[in-house]
Design a binder for this molecule. Structure first.
Ligand SMILES: [Zn+2]
Ligand SMILES: [Zn+2]
Length: 308
């Protein structure tokens, strides 16, 4: 059996991670991309995919515009996950399908705000599909991040944020620079930030980290252990993890000088429920996340199924 999701009859792969003749790429995270013969994606995603995989032929899908592909009418809609991330809405004689890819509702500093659309069938990413994963309001989380960073500065420490190189790093950078806090980035993050800016997403005052911290600047590094090679010159460090999984850490407690901030680029439990209600599908197909979410949806009167 060929694993992965496909839109029939034209067999368009949806975030399939093996090369396809025709593949829709919702966004440039590595678990969603492959060097397809022809990739359907937004312009920022095309640039980011090329940065990660080398040259890939693309057919650009501008957000909100429809294109005809092999008998299907396809529309890319913003997914609110990272810059350029898109859902795809497919129209066919037999009905409509909304495939979310990774998504998050509400405002973002770098991603275009998600737009849902009613569809007969919804294929939804359900990473946080458990009631435990209810995130505090975004403004509260950002306020928490800023307060803790300012407190670290007052203690004479260098705040070092560990975040995914693509997406979260740039989101946090924009949040900080818009508050007048400059950012120093690990080279892998800086390379991607430059692509963000080339594609039209401004990130403010950020520079590559070049050997030593600068007072008043936050440093952002990939989520790896802080070996001296990663951060030369930094002595008194306070480490910040910025991720939805912080909700797990809060229960378990954390080390001193280590902070967990629950800022996520995925929909939390309440947003997932809201998305299903807004799309109003006949059937929801759930991908990722806990299988118990299917039962959760059924108990709320939805026809829900798990998609491997
Ligand atoms: Zn993603
Ligand atoms: Zn993903």
């Amino acid at each position: 059996m060929d694993r992965g999701l496909f839109l029939l009859p034209s067999r368009i792969g949806l975030d399939v991670t093996r090369r396809q003749a025709l593949g829709f790429i919702s966004h440039a995270h590595m678990d969603h991309v492959a060097q397809h013969a022809m990739a359907l994606c937004t312009e920022p995603t095309a640039r980011l995919v090329r940065h990660r995989l080398g040259n890939v032929s693309t057919k650009i899908m501008p957000l909100g515009e429809s294109i005809e592909v092999a008998g299907l009418k396809l529309t890319a809609l913003p997914a609110g996950h990272i810059f350029g991330s898109a859902m795809v809405y497919a129209q066919h004689d037999k009905g409509t399908v909304l495939y979310t890819g990774d998504f998050r509702l509400g405002p973002s500093a770098t991603a275009e705000q998600a737009q849902l659309r009613s569809a007969d069938y919804l294929i939804m990413e359900c990473t946080f599909g458990h009631p435990h994963y209810r995130l505090p309001p975004r403004d509260t989380v950002i306020e928490m991040l800023l307060e803790k960073i300012r407190a670290a500065f007052r203690r004479g420490a260098t705040p070092v944020i560990s975040a995914y190189v693509l997406g979260k790093s740039q989101e946090v950078t924009r949040i900080l620079t818009s508050q007048g806090i400059p950012v120093l980035q690990h080279p892998d993050i800086y390379a991607i930030s430059q692509i963000y800016e080339e594609a039209g997403c401004e990130l403010g005052d950020f520079r590559p980290y070049s050997g030593r911290p600068i007072p008043g600047c936050v440093v952002i590094v990939p989520p790896k252990p802080l070996t001296p090679g990663i951060l030369p010159g930094a002595v008194h460090v306070e480490k910040f993890h910025v991720t939805g999984w912080a909700l797990d850490k809060r229960r378990k407690g954390t080390a001193p000088n280590e902070h967990w901030i629950p800022l996520s680029d995925h929909a939390d439990f309440d947003q997932l429920i809201h998305a299903v209600e807004e799309v109003g599908p006949k059937t929801v197909f759930c991908t990722h996340g806990p299988k118990s979410f299917v039962e959760e949806l059924k108990s709320r009167g939805h026809d829900a199924r798990w998609l491997e």
